[in-house]
Design a protein around this ligand. Structure first.
Ligand SMILES: *Cc1c(COP(=O)(O)O)cnc(C)c1O
Length: 430
């Protein structure tokens, strides 16, 4: 496999950007080697600067549920651009995307568009604090919510603790407004709530935690979150930046049949353009400026080109059978891998939710919290990742990241990919 051009471009990039990248995981540090510089994407394929082609399971980290350069999205983007790119004034396109979402979604009544998932979560947190008049936030170890200051915190020692910042530049005064508890642990949350019930504005969770492995929670645990928050007048925020429009049009809320108070979106909602959003009941959303006193704004919010892309993509998702078909193909793919692994008695499992999957090097049958992930298993992922690249399969460059199947991954492509992955597992366990 040729790498010269990517290596050259990466050397150049390190002169311009910290670590040579504009988002850390792209630097390939956890798998080693130089990142591939991508030239183009088409359907389920990526082509890099050296002309190598890969079956892509990263899909831009989730947004591209139709695959790369999908014609319906591209055509609407091109048409929108003909009329200008940004006005800083309302356009019909915002109404169209909002109407499409709200008329097909039972869990939110009003929405506000922003430009990234981080911005969506940051705004949802402010809204929760504004509505309740309380300062504290509860988050779960192993959930990622973008680079929001108050959520870039990790647990200290103990079951239910005030956060310790997990990035330089976040003052202790900010970190201590976040309580961090483990996933799948009712007692830890009960302790936090009984100690601080009247100061907690919101409990925020990825209902399908997919940023630190795929830590599938039991439905009854999510129902427990709903009950304990409701009982204590704490808002429940579902961060559905990954799961929204992915495990179904109504995301995890619809999948589990649980009504959270605020839901955040990103990734798929923008059709590959920078869009985020948060939504809630009319009553809660009435607290947002200019209707209410929680301030939140954006120069490029509701950008018409991005709205057109989101509308085009979500329209495809709403076609009958879209999610059923995507999930069926994903199941065939992950079943085949799991079957191969168990036949060979490898400590390897593929966990799955909808068209999201995660490769876990583990003897466990379920992994529900981050401490159940063995850091040493990442050595195996490194070998797998390298072997797959050499054989034309691209995964996100970290063993803690999930993979995505898109509508462009046909059964034939998935069979071919599964063959390559099975052979790569033999290399890992050789
Ligand atoms: C990706 C992600 C974010 C952050 O979104 P950005 O668009 O990268 O800012 C927040 N929450 C979850 C659950 C995510 O997966």
């Amino acid at each position: 496999m040729k790498r010269e051009r990517s290596e050259q471009l990466f050397r150049k990039a390190t002169e311009f950007f910290p670590g040579g990248v504009n988002s850390p995981v792209r630097a390939f540090r956890s798998v080693g080697g130089t990142p591939l510089f991508i030239e183009k994407g088409d359907g389920c394929y990526l082509t890099d600067a050296d002309g190598n082609t890969f079956i892509d399971f990263c899909c831009s980290w989730g947004p591209l549920i139709l695959g790369h350069n999908a014609a319906p999205v591209r055509e609407k983007i091109v048409a929108a651009v003909q009329h200008g790119t940004s006005f800083g004034a309302p356009t019909q396109k915002e109404n169209e995307l909002a109407e499409l979402i709200l008329t097909n979604h039972r869990y939110i009544e009003k929405i506000r568009f922003v430009s990234s998932g981080t911005e969506a979560v940051m705004s949802a947190i402010r809204l929760a604090r504004g509505v309740t008049g309380r300062p504290l936030i509860v988050k779960f170890e192993g959930c990622y919510h973008g680079h929001v200051d108050s959520l870039l915190v990790k647990a200290g020692s103990g079951l239910s603790t005030f956060g310790i910042s997990s990035s330089a530049g976040i003052p202790e005064s900010v970190a201590k407004d976040t309580i961090v508890v483990p996933l799948n642990d009712r007692r830890a949350l009960e302790i936090a709530v009984s100690d601080f019930a009247h100061d907690i504005a919101a409990v925020v969770i990825e209902p399908i935690p997919a940023n630190n492995g795929l830590l599938l929670q039991e439905k009854s645990y999510l129902e427990f979150l709903r009950e304990i928050t409701r009982k204590n007048n704490i808002l429940l925020i579902f961060d559905e930046v990954i799961s929204g429009f992915r495990v179904g049009f109504e995301g995890a809320a619809g999948h589990y049949g649980i009504q959270p108070d605020i839901i955040t979106y990103g990734k798929i909602i923008g059709g590959g353009m920078p869009v985020g959003a948060y939504g809630a009941s009319k009553e809660i959303m009435s607290n947002i400026a200019p209707e209410g006193d929680v301030y939140q704004a954006g120069t490029l919010s509701g950008n018409p080109v991005a709205m057109a892309a989101g509308h085009a993509q979500l329209s495809e998702c709403l076609k009958p059978g879209f999610y059923e078909d995507l999930e069926a193909r994903t199941i065939a793919f992950t079943d085949r891998l799991n079957h191969y692994s168990s036949t060979k008695q490898y400590d390897f499992k593929v966990f799955r939710a909808g068209s999201i999957f995660w490769f876990a090097f583990t003897p466990l049958d379920a992994i529900r919290s981050s401490e159940e992930i063995d850091p040493k298993s990442m050595d195996k992922f490194r070998i797998l990742h390298k072997t797959l690249l050499e054989n034309g399969v691209y995964l996100g460059p970290s063993g803690y990241e999930v993979g995505f199947v898109s509508a462009a991954h046909t059964r034939e492509v998935l069979e071919k990919a599964a063959e390559v992955i099975c052979a790569a597992l033999d290399v890992v366990y050789a």
